[in-house]
Design a protein around this ligand. Structure first.
Ligand SMILES: NC(=O)c1ccc[n+]([C@@H]2O[C@H](COP(=O)([O-])OP(=O)(O)OC[C@H]3O[C@@H](n4cnc5c(N)ncnc54)[C@H](O)[C@@H]3O)[C@@H](O)[C@H]2O)c1
Length: 445
């Protein structure tokens, strides 16, 4: 049986692992298989990325170049743009992007492109796993019919499963090996073999009854975050209106040992997951005549946060008898979260756009992001790219307002409050000691 054949290859670490898409998800996964004693091939459409991997260089923060180089030197890892090598792989894992269309509908075209490459080379004895976040039903409604067109039979010839990725870029505590992995196959054999594969590199594998359950699990996780962040953001706006310290309220509530889980407000949600994934669920819900109201409400509240941040800046300037127009506003951090270089969907883009449209002179400093382009951002005020400025004393002093949009840990916040006249802190980056010693006027979200 094909199941036993693949299990034997995996157990003996003779299974060759193909990973399609070497980004934030695919590259760490490929590295983990290579470190775990397997031989892995990465498939990329971006030739530059493939060249970098083969030269032993990493472009993803969570995977060091030393790890890539060691795996490449040991001939356990290589990358290619030639998809013919898919035929050599016993397990193929798809980690390509799943963005939204302008209409906020799922764009599964990258999955379809990857699946088409697999289909052309599908052979007996292969296990295919989709990891890209997508709506429930993608694996069995979209991928299975494609692969079935080859004449090969599920369970007899090949296996097919979904396993959501939970990587948290920039999180040193939780990496691929110690984040429990959920696995759901289109058939029981698919589940069991996919679970066996991941158990070689992940401490804890949780098998579920179907690919749909695994797909829905990922969307529940990220929708849960979006909704709770929305709740925290609404609370922050309410506390601002009531002149109550939101952060103190959340920290106090978090002392409750049961029934409460802290979520924190911020300048808006960003990244490839939280702003996008709930739309995959609400789109699928609409197909079934179901209106997912929590998702819509969370999106509405979260997407208003950049406006609220601009309001805080405007209020602060106003108190100093300054107008927004012509003021110099310096943003600290433009990545969507701490200590990473990812600016996809970052609220900084919306904040800059709104500040520019009000006539502010905007600059930014981000140790992780050298240049910021506005190609995909709302650009009513014109989209001239910005370069990260050096954080000199003169630059901080020259700003009418410094806005902490991302709380990167290497910034000396004490120095900021020593030199700047006005600081808007959207991340609670200024701790109590810094705030008490501050010469700057501080406005917190
Ligand atoms: N980044 C995260 O934190 C995260 C976490 C969990 C889940 N996910 C999900 O994982 C998936 C991948 O996300 P990511 O952040 O790694 O994306 P990414 O953009 O960092 O990487 C995707 C890679 O796939 C490549 N690619 C695109 N089409 C391809 C094709 N047809 N063949 C081969 N390579 C192709 C791109 O060049 C890119 O290098 C998405 O569905 C995302 O929602 C991401």
């Amino acid at each position: 049986m094909v199941k036993d054949e693949i299990i034997a290859l995996i157990t003996e670490k003779r299974a060759r692992i193909g990973v399609i898409g070497l980004g934030y998800v695919g590259l760490p996964l490929l590295a983990e298989f290579a470190r775990g004693g397997f031989t892995g091939i990465g498939f990329e459409v971006d030739a530059h990325k493939a060249e970098q991997i083969n030269a032993g260089t990493s472009y993803i923060g969570d995977v060091g170049s030393a790890v890539i180089k060691a795996c490449v030197d040991a001939k356990r890892m290589s990358a290619t743009t030639n998809f013919d090598h898919l035929g050599e792989c016993d397990a193929i894992i798809i980690c390509v992007p799943t963005p939204l269309r302008k209409t906020k509908e799922p764009d599964v075209s990258y999955i379809l492109a990857a699946a088409e490459e697999i289909k052309q080379r599908l052979r007996r004895g292969q296990l295919i796993i989709l990891e890209s976040t997508t709506y429930p039903g993608t694996t069995d409604e979209v991928l299975l019919p494609m692969f079935a067109e080859t004449g090969l039979k599920l369970d007899e010839d090949f296996l097919l499963a979904f396993s959501p990725e939970r990587v948290d870029p920039g999180n040193p505590q939780f990496q691929t090996h110690n984040i429990p992995k959920v696995v759901g196959g289109v058939t029981d054999d698919s589940t069991n073999v996919a679970a066996h594969l991941y158990s070689q590199i992940v401490d804890n594998v949780h098998a579920v009854s179907s690919a749909r359950v695994a797909e829905a699990t990922k969307l529940l996780e990220n929708t849960f975050r979006a909704v709770n962040i929305g709740m925290a953001n609404e609370m922050a706006r309410l506390c601002y209106a009531l002149n109550i310290d939101t952060w103190e309220v959340i920290h106090a509530a978090a002392t409750k040992p049961f029934g409460f889980m802290p979520f924190y407000p911020g300048p808006g949600i960003g990244g490839h997951c939280i702003p996008l994934d709930p739309h995959y669920l609400s789109w699928k819900a609409r197909q079934h005549g179901f209106d997912s109201r929590f998702i819509g409400l969370a999106e509405e509240v979260n997407s208003r946060m950049p406006d609220h941040v601009v309001q805080l800046i405007s209020d602060g300037l106003n108190d100093e008898e300054k107008a927004m127009k012509g003021s110099h506003v310096l943003l600290l951090g433009v990545a969507y979260k701490q200590d990473i270089n990812d600016v996809r969907e970052s609220p900084a883009l919306s904040i800059i756009d709104r500040l520019r449209s009000k006539g502010a002179q905007v600059s930014y400093h981000d140790p992780f992001v050298a240049e910021l382009n506005f190609d995909d951002a709302p650009t009513e005020a014109g989209g001239a790219p910005l370069r990260s400025t050096e954080l000199t004393d003169a630059e901080i002093r020259a700003a009418d307002c410094v806005v902490i949009v991302t709380n990167h840990s290497q910034i000396d916040y004490q120095r900021i409050t020593d030199l700047a006249p006005l600081v808007v802190d959207t991340r609670n980056a200024l701790n109590g000691d810094v705030r008490r010693a501050s010469r700057a006027r501080i406005i917190r979200l």
